[in-house]
Write a protein that binds this ligand. Structure first.
Ligand code: EPZ
Length: 429
């Protein structure tokens, strides 16, 4: 299994190109199931999750074609992929595939909307317990699907097609909103979604579906209205830049010091995070090419932050902020309001010398003046990258194990950081 070796202490200086967003790419790829025509996605990042979803879609009969290298193509732009679901040959998404990636559960919406039935494994473990899909099921049921749960599978049926309805989410859910939008696009009549997720990835999905002939208004607000259509067409769509990758590298620069242009980053996609990064002492400057983040001298300042749905501070940047504040000049508090147990990075950061106490959903981080390298590993994507950030500022050598977590969501991480002066390398075993 690969590991990443980092020798800390270097400032970051240079340019980091921001890739297409993982969390937009996944629902966009899934949306290809809604049409028999070809959906062309541009700026697709090279990530393990994208490859896994290609396999899952392939199992339903989707042909995925990835364009080869082009003479004119720039090395830093994402790939173009063609997805064609002309014939859906299987409406079952099996456990061994769905259990590897929660987002693949979302195939249930286009399958039932287009084919009148879907049988999709619950995404791992006791899914109606701690990582539930109850709100996704609620949305499908509000649109007229009959739902049965049998032997770990959710079976959704709508023999005569789905019908528009009112979906009121009791809690903001990104996956629930994606699911409801996709299902409602091919339902008969009008659907209203209330308390919809306002995340930029929801807007990107709605924009793409509208190019495919859907009639969606209000994406990006808490009330989305969808007038169902009989059929969707193919389209060409470019994936929006990854705001979590952007925020992650911004925090890396705030941590090490230096000056980096985050090329293609769109500041409006993460205003809350940039405000916080500014409060820690870095400067954040939007430019024509992206966003410049710098910290030249001065301490890292402590901050108090709660995660929240968009436009609040994203849970997907919580671990990275914890790494950054571990070296602040004072005590920070970070409250996680979205997921119950998203603090797996705390004990690994402690191995590098961070002083963090947990009390329920709040972490108290007492800044220390130095971190020291150590072997670490993490159990999820954002936790892993928080260890990379801490390691970049730690004295000596850190090895990050279980690199496959990073490969799920960060394209060319070592190359991007290495080009800005980090001492970082992948050790392949
Ligand atoms: C998306 O997950 C993202 N994944 C997550 O990113 C992100 O952390 C999360 O949204 C919140 O922003 C993708 O886009 C692929 P939710 P999702 O439904 O849609 C509860 C990463 O690192 N809930 O918005 O699965 C749920 O338990 C990943 O890239 C229910 O109670 O998240 C959570 O507490 C990790 N019932 C809250 O809602 C449901 O049926 C928000 O979850 C569904 C969710």
């Amino acid at each position: 299994m690969d590991r990443i070796r980092i020798v800390g202490g270097q400032k970051l200086n240079g340019t980091i190109p921001i890739s297409g967003a993982k969390n937009a790419t996944l629902p966009l790829m899934i949306a290809s199931l809604l049409t028999q025509d070809t959906l062309i996605l541009e700026n697709v990042p090279r990530l393990a999750d994208v490859v896994l979803l290609q396999r899952i879609l392939g199992n339903h009969g989707v042909d995925v074609m990835i364009a080869g290298k082009r003479r004119e193509s720039e090395p830093n732009t994402g790939r173009t992929i063609h997805l064609s679901a002309a014939n859906i040959v299987d409406t079952t998404a099996p456990y061994d595939l769905v259990s590897q990636m929660r987002a693949s559960f979302w195939v249930i919406a286009p399958l039932v909307a287009r084919m009148g039935q879907a049988r999709v494994s619950m995404p791992g473990g006791c899914a109606i317990g701690t990582r539930p899909v109850d709100l996704l099921i609620m949305a499908l049921s509000d649109l007229g699907a009959d739902i049965e749960i049998e032997a770990g599978y959710v079976i959704a049926r709508a023999k005569n097609g789905l019908r528009g309805g009112k979906v009121v989410f009791p809690k903001v859910t990104v996956g629930g909103t994606h699911t409801a939008i996709m299902a409602a696009s091919l339902a008969r009549g009008t659907t209203e979604i209330e308390n919809a997720a306002r995340e930029p990835e929801v807007v990107d999905l709605a924009d793409c579906l509208n190019k495919m002939g859907a009639k969606i208004t209000g994406a990006g607000t808490a009330r989305i209205v969808i007038e169902g259509v009989d059929k969707l067409n193919g389209a060409r769509h470019s994936v929006l830049p990854d705001r979590i990758e952007t925020g992650t590298y911004a925090m890396a620069v705030a941590m090490t010091g230096g000056d980096v242009l985050l090329q293609n980053a769109r500041p409006e996609l993460l205003q809350a995070a940039f405000d916080i990064i500014g409060r820690t002492g870095a400067t954040v400057t939007p430019t024509n090419e992206g966003v410049r983040v710098a910290r030249n001298g001065g301490d890292i300042q402590p901050v108090d932050v709660s995660t929240a749905p968009f436009p609040g501070f994203p849970t997907d940047l919580q671990a990275q902020l914890m790494a950054l504040t571990s070296r602040a000049n004072g005590t920070s508090h970070i409250t996680e309001t979205i997921f119950e147990n998203r603090f797996m990075h705390v004990q690994e950061l402690a191995r590098l010398g961070a002083r963090i106490r947990l009390n329920g959903d709040t972490a108290t981080i007492e800044g220390v003046s130095r971190l020291r390298g150590a072997p670490v590993m993490a159990t999820d994507l954002r936790a892993s990258v928080s260890l990379v950030i801490a390691a970049l500022a730690a004295e000596g050598e850190t090895t990050v194990n279980r690199v496959y977590h990073l490969d799920r969501g960060f394209e060319k991480l070592e190359a991007k950081l290495g080009a800005c002066g980090a001492q970082i390398e992948r050790l392949s075993v």
